[in-house]
Design a binder for this molecule. Structure first.
Ligand code: PRT
Ligand code: ZN
Length: 298
């Protein structure tokens, strides 16, 4: 019997596309693209990637058309509120936050207008592509305001006289600035996440999903991890160990013909900055070498 195949929904073309495909590739998936460019067929794992608009991903997973999906928390939260308002409770399972697609959903207020907390939203028209999230925010703060739904170019709404302020995604803040808006309160901090169908999957698929998740865990850890090697005076070992960021038990190796010094090897699970290396040198360490970690399986 043919092995059941896992379907993963990924954004077809946008900010999450390259990061999502790179993550899957790093997990060992190699694939060929279908002629219609809408499906990537996994060649070495029983997994295919469906390339779709990001807004469609929560629905595809919720309806069990796809087993997994990679999508921003902002899209996910809006879809969750929308489905719940329709009485759908069998949603998707959010299984892991990822390390890309960082942004925040914030209010953008015209530079000549004051903002002094949620009360300033009273009676205002707010343009957004996230009407449910913004509506819930107003409700939570007990502020009456009008949500005006825009599907794109939200930042133009105040200038067009269609709204008093906006609520949109911000990463660097350059777009707000270019439209004479400033960032006031943040409604939601977002990044990409991986979600799973609410329905039970067969044991063969479940085993591959678990395998993929374990590999994703490894990939995320590796991106932050470094392997560090150095020589340290025996009497400075305590200080050196304290300086190694996020390392568990380092390996201590004797140096041939030297009683006063040892070699220290450690995996650091946090980034190592120049400042740390300078502090290590100050503590007496020498021959310091930092190397990237290729793969890791805890
Ligand atoms: O076609 P499709 O519907 O799939 O794509 P899309 O146009 O809806 O989405 P896309 O590719 O723009 O974004 C996909 C996801 O990336 C979003 O849902 C977020 O989770 C995440 N993300 C991260 C962002 C941003 N950063 C971001 N800066 N999405 C959008 N922006 C936009 C924002 O809307 C604003 O126009 O970038 C502008 C602000 O950027 P700064 O740097 O000027 O502040
Ligand atoms: Zn979209």
């Amino acid at each position: 019997m043919e092995q059941p195949r896992i379907k993963i929904a990924v954004q077809k073309s946008g900010r999450l596309t390259d990061h999502s495909m790179e993550l899957l590739t790093r997990c060992g998936l190699s694939y060929s693209r279908g002629r219609d460019q809408l499906i990537c067929y996994g060649e070495n794992m029983p997994m295919d990637v469906l390339l779709v608009r990001d807004d469609d991903i929560p629905g595809l997973v919720q309806e069990d058309v796809c087993d997994l999906g990679i999508v921003g928390m902002n899209v996910l939260e809006e879809a969750r509120l929308d489905l719940q308002s329709q009485g759908v409770n069998n949603l998707f399972n959010q299984i892991r936050l990822l390390d890309f697609g960082h942004c925040r959903l914030s209010f953008g207020v015209p530079v000549d207008e004051a903002y002094e907390g949620p009360q300033s939203l009273t009676g205002k028209r707010i343009a957004t592509s996230y009407p449910r999230i913004v509506g819930k925010y107003l409700e939570r703060h007990g502020v009456p305001g009008t949500v005006v739904t825009f599907s794109g170019a939200v930042e133009l709404a105040p200038r067009l006289g269609k709204a008093d302020l906006i609520c949109d995604l911000v990463s660097t803040g350059a777009t707000l600035k270019a439209h004479s808006l400033y960032e006031a309160d943040t409604v939601l901090e977002s990044r990409a996440a991986i979600i799973q169908t609410p329905l039970d999957v067969c044991p063969e698929k479940e085993a591959w999903i678990q395998r993929l998740l374990q590999r994703i865990g490894g990939v995320l850890q590796v991106r932050e991890s470094k392997y560090i090697m150095l020589h340290a005076p025996r009497n400075a070992l305590g200080e050196v160990r304290e300086l190694l960021p996020g390392s568990e038990a380092p390996t201590i190796i004797p140096l041939e013909g030297r009683d006063d010094k040892v070699a220290v090897h450690a995996v650091c699970r946090e980034n190592i900055f120049w400042e740390t290396l300078e502090d290590l040198k100050e503590a007496g360490a020498s021959a310091i070498l930092v190397i990237p970690v290729e793969k890791m399986l805890a």
